[in-house]
Design a binder for this molecule. Sequence first.
Ligand SMILES: Cc1cc2nc3c(=O)[nH]c(=O)nc-3n(C[C@H](O)[C@H](O)[C@H](O)COP(=O)(O)OP(=O)(O)OC[C@H]3O[C@@H](n4cnc5c(N)ncnc54)[C@H](O)[C@@H]3O)c2cc1C
Ligand code: SF4
Ligand code: SF4
Ligand code: SF4
Length: 342
Amino acid sequence: MAHPKILEVIEHDVCTACGACVSTCPAGAIVMNKRAEIRDPDNLELYVKGAAPNVCEGCLTCARLCPVIDGYVEDEFANVKEFFAAKSAIKGQDGGVTSILAKTLLETGTVDCIVGIARDDQWGTELILMTKPEDVDQTTGTKYTYDSVLSALREPFEKYDKIGVIGVPCQAHGARLIFENASDKIVVIIGLLCMESFHHDVMTEKIIPEVMGLKLEDVVKMNFNKGKFWNYTKDGQEHSVKIADVAHYARNPCHHCCDYTSVFADISLGSVGAPEGWNSVFIRTEEGRKIFDLVKDKVEIMEDPKPGLDMVKKLAQMKHDNNKKHYLEVCEEFTFDECGFH
Ligand SMILES: Cc1cc2nc3c(=O)[nH]c(=O)nc-3n(C[C@H](O)[C@H](O)[C@H](O)COP(=O)(O)OP(=O)(O)OC[C@H]3O[C@@H](n4cnc5c(N)ncnc54)[C@H](O)[C@@H]3O)c2cc1C
Ligand code: SF4
Ligand code: SF4
Ligand code: SF4
């Protein structure tokens, strides 16, 4: 059995599958399915999907670093020290700033390794431990299906001293809690903006073939932008549907999540707020400022980008308005009272 608090998170289907508990449990009592799917709540015996309990030693570590138990921050922008737009020469999802940062962190020895996500031509995700700058090339581009980035940290914790994490807000949050409670080996946290993510099966068997009317192997890029979900295909065509047509298929924990901009990262990166082809960049810690200085001469910077921070704030508010009530309702059902807003 895992710690009872973690079990409650899983049983209420709000486990984000971040993997923080998986990589840090000293007993190896919590495991994650390959696709980071939440296990079937009607079958508590078969933990084949998502975090799962086995043999607990009662050390309480997992309960201290679960982002769902830790709760959310009311004002996502209170710790933003700098906001601007940037783009690199790398062909990434947006401005490729995530990739140039990752390459530079590895080149300069600022980190020994970074955990990120690659994909195959069927959009299946693979967790990648990058140890060389060229490894970063495998990870460019956004996969809107979820994979459990932090569960890949178990081995690096044994082998390396300086670890970087790139992930969506729940993963940046879990990484920060690991740093504060379990291992100071996480020296850089790069967070992405994230409104929602999807289970692999839902994306590949429902959304792409049925909602978009496309063959998965023809899709070369996916993007959420300007109220639409865009698919770009091999033949150079663009296809789109309204975000409202796909948003309800998002994973259940995403409907309870109140972090849009990776509050707990050193640097957050997104597309919203910046012009097309650029990244919106949020420096949140002194470490984040130092790290961005490493790439300043490798990127173009736009100091006052349009549509700007107000657009990001509007979408963050929308996420909170949509999800806060759901999250607080689940908190009410938990037998412990740590979770909530702070
Ligand atoms: C699920 C998801 C939802 C997002 N929603 C928004 C949004 O609503 N608004 C917004 O402005 N931006 C959003 N983003 C961020 C945006 O899509 C880009 O990732 C960001 O702008 C960085 O672009 P880049 O060109 O620097 O990335 P690149 O240089 O192309 O690097 C991509 C990086 O993303 C990582 N990555 C890819 N897929 C995943 C994943 N599923 N989980 C964790 N890490 C991953 C890779 O490891 C790689 O390091 C989202 C990202 C994800 C993963
Ligand atoms: S309380 Fe400790 S031993 Fe038990 S599941 Fe959590 S981390 Fe593992
Ligand atoms: S730490 Fe992450 S994976 Fe573990 S129960 Fe909490 S949300 Fe789920
Ligand atoms: S919406 Fe929240 S829970 Fe879902 S993937 Fe994004 S950060 Fe994680």
